[in-house]
Design a protein around this ligand. Structure first.
Ligand SMILES: CC(C)(COP(=O)(O)OP(=O)(O)OC[C@H]1O[C@@H](n2cnc3c(N)ncnc32)[C@H](O)[C@@H]1OP(=O)(O)O)[C@@H](O)C(=O)NCCC(=O)NCCS
Length: 151
């Protein structure tokens, strides 16, 4: 397994993993193209195993605080350290771009993602109550804004 910059050929497999990972609110393929077109401010990395994309992560490099846009691992490849590896690569890229901190937003009910971010030094700095509203009238879910200082 290795990490490298995402290129345009990776966008379709990234969108496929996205659709499997976020059944209710996946980014459409066009969003991956828009993110790709927004380089170098946007910076995406893919994890490649046996020539296949098995995960991806992206950053918005906007001055002294970078934003984590996403960290997503193929459902069959979770729980083996890949998400942490991708996140560490984002931290390396953010530091290299001069950022002093990284921030992100996560659904309060996303246990694996909260576990990942919490174990890698992120702390909740704000809660947006009821931010995620379900289309079918179900209960809304809070958004947690998390931040990590880069040292
Ligand atoms: C969140 C996600 C990226 C984690 O990727 P992963 O490769 O499975 O995670 P790792 O194996 O690298 O584990 C890293 C840490 O995450 C946490 N973690 C991973 N899976 C977890 C789970 N099911 N429950 C709680 N914590 C979990 C642990 O703290 C783990 O650290 P440790 O192994 O040192 O204890 C993955 O579950 C995923 O792609 N989810 C769907 C997409 C998503 O929700 N992305 C985040 C959007 S904000």
């Amino acid at each position: 397994m290795r990490l490298r910059d995402a290129d345009w050929r990776d966008l379709a497999p990234m969108a496929e993993i996205e659709a499997r990972s976020f059944p209710a609110d996946a980014w459409p393929p066009a969003t991956f193209w828009a993110e790709h077109a927004a380089r170098p401010r946007r910076s995406y990395v893919v994890a490649i195993d046996e020539h296949r994309v098995v995960g991806y992560a992206g950053l918005d490099l906007a001055g002294d605080v970078a934003d984590v846009m996403t960290v997503t691992v193929h459902p069959d490849r979770r729980g083996t350290g890949l998400g942490a590896h991708l996140l560490e690569e984002l931290h390396t890229r953010a530091r290299a771009a001069g950022a002093a901190a990284v921030m992100l937003e996560v659904r309060a009910d996303n246990g694996p993602a909260r576990g990942l971010y919490g174990s890698r030094g992120y702390a909740v700095v704000h809660t947006r109550s009821g931010y995620y509203r379900s289309a079918d009238g179900g209960p809304s879910v809070d958004a947690l804004i998390m931040r990590k200082e880069l040292s």
